[in-house]
Write a protein that binds this ligand. Structure first.
Ligand code: 5AD
Length: 346
């Protein structure tokens, strides 16, 4: 079992001078290989609805953005996408949407999870925001394997400013409930939120390690023009490579985590692809978009999202090419969490 870096180490590693970063990336890549091997688990992400009741200050599909055309895919549409995922090596479906809790909608999602488990061989990951424990328990009973819910920032005051009507404590309560229910838990944060310092970035990485997360998704903050943060620069605008330093240090701090090369990396670094670079600097997972092309333009959490004109088949094809070019392979099996450290808190 590899042990992760201490918090002091995290801060020191984040301050790696530019000339020494290639060596840091090589260490992170070796750590990724030792923990996870060269297989890249693929998770097809279906953004099945952009309806949202929240007004998170950074997010393009916030409720107050009247310029967004709202949609919700039907269960049949989602199942049709799901049935095609295994043929391209995608053994997990990630169901993501805006956060719009309702008894009817939550029950409908439970029935969808049950059908996905009964009718496909897929692992099911859900990412639809904060819910009461009882709702998570119902989804778990329906067969939900994993849940993604980023804590976004470990700074409680900043969290409160960015999320009207939600607190960091509440978000962490959700993560604790999910773990307690036996769900594999993913969280993470945005890199470069306003005012971010090396120390705050270190605290975010340390929280991922301390929560002993099974999956950690991190990606650059990119200001959306139709939000209150329009025009606010990413805190690392003067040194954008810090986004990759963050991925590498996260890997060294928390070796066993599944870390995806998130889509927002391609928005910030289009050429060469930021997602490809992330995969050789610590990340091990890829999440091709499986959202039907006609909905993609309506699910823009941030601007410059890649592949908005593609369809799911194209993303599966492109993903396979990327992985081969990197000398890696598509992982077989469901891509479940690696086992947690002995003696870790429940
Ligand atoms: N820039 C980058 N990431 C964003 N997200 C939402 N809005 C933005 C933005 N403007 C991320 C959040 C959320 C995930 C689904 O998308 O971290 O948890």
């Amino acid at each position: 079992m590899l042990t992760g870096a201490s918090t002091t180490d995290i801060l020191t590693l984040l301050r790696t001078p530019p000339g020494e970063r290639p060596a840091l990336y090589a260490r992170a890549d070796a750590c990724r290989r030792a923990a996870h091997g060269d297989g890249v688990p693929l998770r097809g992400i279906v953004e099945f609805s952009n309806i949202c009741a929240n007004d998170c200050l950074y997010c393009g599909i916030r409720a107050a953005n009247a310029g967004v055309h709202r949609y919700r895919m039907s269960a049949e549409e989602i199942l049709a996408v799901a049935r095609r995922l295994p043929e391209s090596g995608q053994n997990t479906i990630v169901l993501q949407s805006g956060e719009a809790p309702s008894p009817a909608g939550d029950a409908r999602l439970g029935r969808l999870i049950a059908r996905l488990k009964a009718e496909t061989p897929l692992a099911v990951t859900v990412s639809v925001g904060n819910r009461p424990r009882a709702t998570y328990a119902a989804w778990r009973a329906a067969g939900m394997d994993r849940y993604l819910l980023r804590f976004e920032t470990s700074d409680a005051a900043l969290f409160a400013r960015l999320h009207p009507a939600c607190t960091l404590a509440e978000r962490l309560r959700c993560l604790a409930d999910l773990r307690d229910l036996g769900v594999q838990v993913g969280s993470g944060f945005m890199i470069g939120l306003p005012g971010e310092t090396h120390a705050r970035l270190a605290a975010n990485i340390a929280l991922c390690r301390d929560l002993d997360l099974d999956m950690v998704g991190i990606g650059p903050f990119i200001a959306h023009p139709a939000t209150p943060l329009a025009g606010v620069p990413n805190a690392w605008a003067a040194d954008p490579e810090m986004h990759f330093v963050a991925i590498a240090v996260l890997r060294l701090a928390h070796p066993r985590a599944h870390i995806p090369a998130t889509t927002a990396f391609d928005a910030l670094f289009p050429d060469p692809s930021g997602r490809d670079l992330a995969l050789v600097r610590g990340a091990n997972v890829f999440m091709p978009s499986a959202t039907p092309g006609r909905y993609r333009g309506d699910y823009l959490l941030y601007p410059d999202k890649p592949c908005v004109d593609e369809d799911a088949g194209m993303c599966a094809f492109c993903t396979a090419g990327r992985i081969v070019r990197l000398g890696r392979s598509i992982a077989e099996g469901p891509g479940h969490a690696l086992s947690r450290a002995p003696g870790a808190a429940p």
